[in-house]
Design a protein around this ligand. Structure first.
Ligand SMILES: Cc1ncc(COP(=O)(O)O)c(C=O)c1O
Length: 418
């Protein structure tokens, strides 16, 4: 099994190409949770994610002959870029197989890091099968994304950095996809200090570890559905599962909405951009998916920042809705001069800013002398949303929320007005 000495050995090789990423105290998250929250900002790693650590350790430990034959892998995500850059830096040829519909941005990024992209198959399984064919035909070494102790040891170097930069750490929260990241980090931390608690986190729509631990055997989902595409895996690895069973204290799940809220807060308060899988450990802390004490030193490991800008727009909008910063509602007005001004006055009195407006008096479900209006407004938080809705209802408007904060949804109310 993987041990601390493997991680220590990996370190020098990994640091030839990877950065020692920052660990920063977060005033905002500490205030929101009453814990002492320090963020491991691995989203600032080269290639935008931690994958380069494991890939580098794998490639640097190949024999000269293996290096000459090159490496191959299948991935349309962070692993693709990690392997491409690690191989280039080690002077090794790399082929990265991606499904034919892989986003052009990912293809280009991988090529920029020096990998040769081979587009093959309609999904990841077909791409992976082809990568194994290339492994056989061309004698290349297949670099697994997680189920390889050498790769895990490379990821474990994050654990060393956490404990060095925050020696009084009590709990580290780590996302789980295939499980290589948490297996490496837990191995490094537990041998350094067995009292450090390691909590794993998965998205509800891609969770398999909680079920696997309950059954005592790996559970494989039929499908996955989450905004955290970096950890959208149907099952963990055989080897990583053994280490998770042994070294991870607790595994929890969070919803996509909780991930969106965490991502939005991280961006706004900490000026740091994470992808869904990068924000998920913060989501677990904010949503109190596991128990922690007041002033407990908690380190969410934010391990990736590669998010597509279209996805970011959607996720931030979801985050603003869930935190009471954006409200879309409908109401009915008399179709007569001044009705709209009256409504606008109440909104202005309560200092909400109208950003969009639609007026409808022709739809069949709107009465002849009425008009239905739909407004989008910027608000300052849950209390402000409540204040505005109360004022409108008191003035006699029948208000229907189309998209907006509803008490009890999104984030625990204790944190909601921070
Ligand atoms: C940003 C990010 N975080 C976490 C993970 C999870 O890592 P693992 O698959 O080793 O569990 C991944 C996996 O690709 C990832 O891209």
């Amino acid at each position: 099994m993987l041990s601390l000495s493997d991680v220590l050995d990996a370190r020098q090789r990994v640091m030839e190409v990877a950065r020692h990423t920052p660990l920063e105290y977060s005033h905002s998250f500490s205030e929101m949770t009453d814990a002492e929250v320090h963020l491991k900002l691995e989203n600032f790693q080269r290639t935008g994610a931690f994958k380069i650590r494991g890939a580098m350790n794998r490639i640097a430990t190949l024999s000269g002959e293996q290096q000459d034959a090159g490496v191959v892998t299948a991935s349309a995500g962070n692993h693709a870029q990690g392997v491409a850059l690690a191989a280039t830096r080690a002077g090794v040829d790399s082929k990265i197989v991606m499904p034919e519909h892989a986003p052009v941005s990912k293809v280009k990024a991988t090529e920029r890091y020096g990998g040769e992209v081979v587009l093959h198959g309609t999904d990841y399984s077909e791409a992976q099968a082809h990568a194994h064919e290339l492994e056989d035909e061309e004698g290349r070494t297949y670099v697994h994304a997680f189920d390889d102790p050498v790769v895990m040891a490379g990821q474990g170097t994050i654990g060393l950095e956490i404990i060095e930069d925050c020696p009084n750490v009590e709990t580290v929260v780590v996302p789980i996809g295939g499980g290589g990241l948490i297996a490496g980090i837990a191995t490094a931390l537990k041998e350094k200090n067995p009292d450090v608690r390691v909590v794993g986190v998965q998205a509800e729509g891609a969770s398999s570890v909680v079920e696997s631990l309950q059954r005592g055997a790996i559970y494989e989902r039929e499908s996955v559905d989450t905004i955290a595409d970096g950890i959208a895996t149907r099952r963990v690895g055989d080897l990583t599962f053994e280490i998770i069973k042994d070294r991870v204290d607790e595994v929890v799940t969070v919803t996509d909405e909780e991930i969106a809220v965490a991502l939005t807060y991280l961006l706004e308060r900490h000026k740091a951009l994470a992808e869904g899988a990068g924000a998920i450990p913060i989501a677990a802390v904010l949503s109190e998916a596991f128990d922690y004490a007041e002033d407990e030193v908690v380190v969410p490991a934010c391990c990736g920042g590669n998010i597509d800008l279209n996805t970011l727009t959607t996720v931030v909008m979801r985050g603003l809705v869930a935190t009471g910063r954006y409200l879309r509602f409908q109401t009915i007005l008399k179709d007569q001069p001044g009705a709209l001004v009256d409504l606008g006055e109440i909104i202005a009195e309560h200092r909400a800013n109208i950003t969009a407006f639609h007026h409808d008096r022709t739809s069949r479900d709107v009465a002849m002398n009425d008009a239905r209006v739909e407004l989008e407004v910027e608000t300052r938080g849950p209390d402000h949303v409540e204040e505005l809705l109360d004022a409108l209802r008191e003035a006699g408007y029948d208000v229907e929320i189309v998209n907006g904060y509803e008490m009890g949804v999104g984030i625990p109310s204790r944190h909601a007005n921070h």
